[in-house]
Ligand binder design. Structure first.
Ligand SMILES: [Zn+2]
Length: 74
């Protein structure tokens, strides 16, 4: 599992094991924005999942600190 802080996006991305149907998750802990990406995705799919999760954070889709599970279709 690797975790990386991205200054440009001001969020922390962690690539880790997630259920097969979950591409990514995003959540907010205090002032930290966190994105989790399924490690089993291809590099391209990881980038797409990251962009998707970042959009949720930027749109303010998160109103609680419960993780938003990524099961939507693009
Ligand atoms: Zn989504």
């Amino acid at each position: 599992m690797s975790s990386e802080y991205l200054p440009r996006e001001d969020c922390r991305v962690t690539v880790c094991k997630l259920p097969p149907h979950v591409k990514g998750l995003c959540t907010v802990k205090g002032t930290d924005e966190l994105i989790f990406i399924n490690e089993d995705l291809s590099e391209e799919a990881k980038m797409a999942a990251f962009a998707h999760e970042l959009r949720h954070l930027r749109r303010g889709d998160l109103y609680s600190e419960e993780p938003l599970e990524e099961i939507e279709k693009e």
